[in-house]
Design a protein. Structure first.
Length: 121
């Protein structure tokens, strides 16, 4: 079956796995960046504070993934409502913009945080 003949909801359903995999990889990259720089922000005696802060990060990232999936569904709705010609190019463009924004946003936020903390230390 040609890609343009696939129902939009089926296409978006199959792409959700790739989307969530990207979110998990982005989350791991964010966590690694934070972990590499966390020793600058916390003394050895503040180990419990560091662990608590990391747990808060994990919880916040979990909610971020939920919200990212809500917006992912909005991409599917935009496809259904605006893509009257069932264009695969439109679908790929909407997906790619949403995917890269959702994956790169947490990395950008942690890089800004690390930069801010490095300047103020």
């Amino acid at each position: 079956m040609e890609e343009s003949q696939i129902k939009p909801q089926n296409w978006w359903l199959h792409q959700r796995i790739k989307f969530n995999r990207g979110l998990l990889i982005g989350g791991m990259v964010t966590f690694v960046i934070y972990t590499l720089y966390s020793s600058r922000f916390f003394d050895a005696m503040e180990f419990n504070s560091m662990l608590n802060f990391m747990m808060v990060q994990v919880i916040i990232y979990f909610f971020y993934m939920i919200m990212a999936n809500v917006f992912y569904t909005a991409g599917w709705l935009a496809d259904v409502l605006l893509n009257t010609s069932n264009s695969q190019r439109f679908r790929n463009t909407v997906f790619n913009y949403g995917y890269w924004f959702a994956v790169c946003l947490p990395i950008a936020v942690i890089l800004v945080f690390v930069t801010f903390m490095s300047v103020n230390v």
